[in-house]
Design a binder for this molecule. Structure first.
Ligand SMILES: Nc1ncnc2c1ncn2[C@@H]1O[C@H](COP(=O)(O)OP(=O)(O)O)[C@@H](O)[C@H]1O
Ligand SMILES: [Mg+2]
Length: 300
């Protein structure tokens, strides 16, 4: 049992995997010095900086069901961390607790060293914890660009009004975000007419408008074709690297998980049963036992 990971999770977190400093979810960070919220290590000789996200001993029960049971992990900037597990394992409950929608029974969530438990969802969002939704959360009658402008207005704390469709407020910034997610060409189309995969990319631009340091993505590729899934996660991985942000995502498609995650947490009935690099998790007997017989998941 390792107190740092709770629940006797098997560690294999890639700290010694030769992928370089800052590649683990542990506290070994990159070389650059930065503000405390960076979640990275400082120059040699200085005390290590706190991880961007540090979850400790998280518990939440619904009646007799322990949905999240003593879950602990850390996440640093520049990382794409997958939270996987069978249906009902507690993944969405973890997300809901981190972004403040749900109170934990016990545990702590530190974000850049600051405790999030007890804060309202909008405060957590303002601190830089973004989220894309499993069910798309755009305004269907507004255009692609207007949706991103709305998000930028909200981020910049302006009045939530575009004052007519001709508004130029944050238009350039919105177009730059849309360019990044490959949606600039469709900027004047209403979201209601978009293909599903395109809508998910707009949703990503909307989430990025708040300049999050941590982005929570609960089944971002649900309902997408295999090709679209890979594309969206490639895009996400590029954004993680460019912006030096962290992403925590859940995903059913193991191909997507093993291709894109640089670290994987496995939940089973609320307990964290593995916490490691993809190769270590794939080979983990406990993980294989959980997935054995599950038809929608092939680990090999
Ligand atoms: N609001 C709720 N009320 C009662 N039970 C819930 C609620 N939310 C989740 N649960 C239960 O908690 C467990 C974990 O659910 P969830 O976090 O949605 O799992 P996952 O996202 O991994 O599929 C399940 O047994 C689910 O039925
Ligand atoms: Mg879920």
């Amino acid at each position: 049992m390792t107190p740092a990971n709770g629940a006797g999770a098997d560690r294999g977190d890639g700290r010694g995997d030769g992928r370089g400093a800052g590649r683990g979810t542990g506290r070994i960070g990159g070389a650059a010095a930065g503000p405390e919220l960076d979640g990275r290590a400082g120059p040699p000789g200085e005390p290590p900086r706190v991880p961007l996200l540090e979850v400790r001993g998280l518990c939440r029960a619904f009646g007799g069901v322990r949905a999240v049971d003593d879950v602990s992990f850390t996440l640093d900037r520049g990382r794409l961390l997958a939270l996987i597990g069978p249906n009902g394992a507690g993944k969405t409950t973890c997300f809901n607790i981190i972004n403040g929608q749900l109170a934990p029974d016990r545990g702590s969530i530190r974000f850049g060293g600051r405790e999030l438990v007890g804060l309202a969802p909008h405060r957590i969002w303002r601190l830089g914890v973004g989220r894309t939704f499993q069910i798309t959360a755009t305004y269907p009658s507004m255009t692609v660009c207007e949706n991103v402008q709305m998000a930028l207005l909200s981020h910049h704390r302006r009045l939530l009004s575009l004052r007519g469709r001709a508004s130029a407020q944050y238009r350039d910034e919105a177009l730059a975000l849309l360019e990044r997610v490959g949606m600039a060409e469709q900027e004047d189309r209403p979201c209601s007419v978009l293909a599903y995969g395109d809508l998910k990319r707009v949703e990503l631009a909307v989430a990025l408008a708040n300049a999050p340091s941590l982005l929570l993505m609960d089944e971002p590729t649900a309902g997408m074709s295999p090709g679209e899934r890979i594309e969206l996660m490639q895009l996400t991985a590029g954004i993680v690297a460019e912006r030096n942000i962290a992403v925590l995502f859940t995903e059913h498609d193991m191909d997507v998980v093993f291709r894109h995650a640089d670290h994987i947490l496995v939940l089973d009935r609320g307990r964290l049963i593995a916490d490691g690099a993809p190769e270590a998790v794939r080979a983990n007997p406990r993980v294989r036992a959980v997935y054995l017989g599950s038809e929608d998941v092939a680990l090999a």
